[in-house]
Design a binder for this molecule. Structure first.
Ligand SMILES: Cc1cc2nc3c(=O)[nH]c(=O)nc-3n(C[C@H](O)[C@H](O)[C@H](O)COP(=O)(O)OP(=O)(O)OC[C@H]3O[C@@H](n4cnc5c(N)ncnc54)[C@H](O)[C@@H]3O)c2cc1C
Length: 295
């Protein structure tokens, strides 16, 4: 039985977000398909969540069913250097496991707290690498209830975006992915990951967040613009522009989603007024916002 009125603040890296009407955790792709199909039959909005690390959930919560994906299976093919992973596998776990096996290509993902599914949706990346470099096939449950394989071309992976962020693909569930990697010495991979990890520790705030709130505008750094606008450290309620990295908004303890949203609006207005630059969101707003607005 799904949980009822489950606070999503317990399941998001921001530690904010009101209740989901229904909340369930799945352990394999068959269960994922089962719940998604049931929600459709009941005409219940359904949100598939990985680790909730790229989400700002409204204080009023989510009207419908939230399915947390804990499908954690993966398997290697040593002849082709590919790995097949269910969408609930954490990318950082897969980065470590593939490196230990002498497969290169996912080292950049060390320190990214989300799942393979979430990473495909936003084409997650760091240190000049991204999912687009390694994804070869993705298996989905489409809106008609059919399981289909998508090619990289069909995924439309771009800078922090993919087909799954387009309206036409709403409701598609990512079940698993096939990633193509390259042979490399485990020692080289280990050293690369240690270097990335220490860079992350230097730059990344430790307070709850959803990573970078804004995408970098072409040729510019969102963090730098925010800093130049004098907004580093600016707080609304318990939400603060991180004094360590201005593209992060952190939760100082008991922030409301509304605090974060108001700070986002203020930053966007200020950057538009000062620099004529429109900042686009990298994080996703979901749930029931003011005026019945639903994301
Ligand atoms: C401290 C910190 C550092 C971060 N650093 C980076 C970084 O360096 N680079 C980067 O790109 N991101 C970064 N992020 C953001 C985030 O971790 C990534 O975007 C991650 O890939 C999101 O995965 P998730 O499983 O948490 O997705 P969620 O936040 O749970 O979901 C994100 C979206 O994906 C959808 N989704 C998830 N799984 C599925 C599925 N199986 N089928 C269909 N839709 C699905 C959700 O519905 C939602 O729309 C960081 C976040 C934090 C908190």
């Amino acid at each position: 039985m799904p949980l009822q009125d489950e606070p999503l603040s317990r399941h998001t890296s921001y530690r904010v977000g009101g209740p989901a009407d229904f909340y369930t955790v799945i352990r394999d792709e068959h269960q994922l398909c089962g719940w998604v199909v049931l929600a459709r039959e009941l005409k219940l909005p359904c949100l598939i969540m990985g680790r909730g690390t790229n989400l700002l959930v409204a204080d009023k919560g989510f009207r419908g069913l939230v399915v947390e994906n804990r499908a954690l299976d993966f398997a290697f093919d040593d002849t082709s250097h590919t790995v097949h992973a269910e969408a609930g596998v954490p990318v950082a776990v897969l980065a470590r496991e593939t490196a230990e096996r002498g497969y290169a290509g996912l080292e950049w993902a060390i320190g990214i707290p989300g799942t393979i599914g979430g990473a495909i949706v936003s084409n997650a990346g760091a240190f000049d690498g991204s999912m687009a470099d390694v994804v070869r096939r993705v298996s989905i449950l489409d809106q008609a209830g059919q399981i289909r394989e998508l090619t990289p071309r069909e995924l439309s992976l771009g800078y922090r975006t993919s087909r799954f962020r387009e309206k036409a693909s709403r409701g598609e569930a990512i079940l698993s992915a096939n990633l193509s990697l390259a042979p490399e010495s485990t020692e080289v991979l280990r050293r690369r990951m240690i270097a990335y990890d220490s860079l992350r520790r230097e730059r990344q705030p430790t307070k709850p967040s959803a990573g970078s709130v804004f995408k970098n505008p072409p040729g510019l750094s969102a963090g730098q613009l925010i800093e130049e606008a004098g907004l580093k450290g600016k707080a609304i309620g318990e939400a603060q522009v991180s004094p360590k990295h201005a593209s992060y908004i952190v939760n100082l303890g008991s922030a409301k989603a509304e605090d974060v949203q108001r700070l986002i609006s203020l930053i966007r207005e200020e950057i538009w007024t000062r620099f004529d630059v429109r900042l686009e969101l990298e994080i996703e707003l979901v749930g029931e916002w003011g005026n019945g607005q639903v994301h």
